[in-house]
Design a binder for this molecule. Structure first.
Ligand SMILES: [Zn+2]
Length: 265
């Protein structure tokens, strides 16, 4: 059982916070889709009554759509930092990490198709509205993409790195900082209020930072102090990573066997 605990787990607080963020993200995304539906309605209404579809309502709703998708994706990415997906299933991992990109298409592509395929609309209006919606899709897509996605495996490796260096899962960090540290007196955090906790707690404490990881200055200092070179260290971490994933599967098998036995009895 102690072996399986080597696989990274979010704190209970981080988990419930992540769930909350996901819920809000979904609500914002739903709002974006509603905004798009209204944009399409106002667009068709203008076209069918012979007016120009390039009007404040349509453009305003496209902007609203963008703001809502963007805010939803921001919260979604934040939730993934708090409670990241596993990389074991690559498809599910990418779907969860990059769901904001998918939503960007969902929130703008139908509208773009409506604009571009409508035969009653003149070329100029098509070009203007198509460009506005196209740029909105692009911004939402880039904003929704996670260029440095968190995963259970990545966090496990980070924890193993800290344990390989210090022998304990304990780091120092500040609420506003972009790194966690091995030394409480690291000069980059000397003047801030320092917190102490596990790597998981550090990640939960500063969910805003997309590249929140181990301070290189602390890492190099520790390696120098202990006389450990990069190769030996990486090998040690690699072995810990392998240990962290292998017994977890075994324990699942044991559980299944136990349940089968219970069923049989
Ligand atoms: Zn440091």
């Amino acid at each position: 059982m102690s072996e399986t605990q080597k696989v990274w787990k979010p704190t209970e607080e981080a988990k419930s916070q992540a769930t909350q963020f996901r819920l809000f993200a979904v609500l914002l995304w739903l709002g974006a889709i509603v905004a798009q539906i209204f944009a399409i309605r106002f667009f068709l209404q203008a076209v069918n009554s012979g007016e120009s579809p390039v009007n404040a309502w349509v453009i305003g709703l496209i902007v609203l759509d963008l703001v809502l998708v963007f805010a939803g994706s921001f919260l979604w990415k934040k939730s993934n930092r708090l409670n990241p997906p596993s990389e074991q299933n690559k498809f599910l991992f990418y779907m969860q990490s990059q769901l904001g990109v998918v939503l960007a298409f969902v929130a703008f592509l139908p509208l773009i198709i409506f604009i571009l395929t409508n035969k009653k609309v003149d070329g100029k209006s098509k070009a203007i509205l198509g460009s506005i919606a196209g740029v909105a899709l692009l911004i939402a897509g880039i904003g929704g993409a996670d260029f440095n996605p968190a995963s259970v495996e990545k966090y496990t490796e980070e924890t193993n790195m800290v344990e390989a260096l210090t022998g304990a899962n304990s780091v120092y960090y500040t609420k506003g900082g972009g790194k966690y540290h091995l030394y409480e007196d690291c000069y980059t955090i000397k003047n801030s209020e320092r917190l102490n906790g596990t790597v998981a707690e550090a990640h939960a404490g500063v969910a805003n930072h997309s590249d929140f990881d181990l301070c290189e200055i602390c890492k190099k200092k520790k390696m120098k102090e202990d006389g450990i070179d990069a190769e030996t260290l990486n090998e040690k971490v690699k072995q810990m990573n392998e240990k962290a994933t292998a017994p977890a599967n075994e324990s699942v098998e044991t559980l299944e066997t136990e349940e089968t036995q219970k069923d049989a009895a």
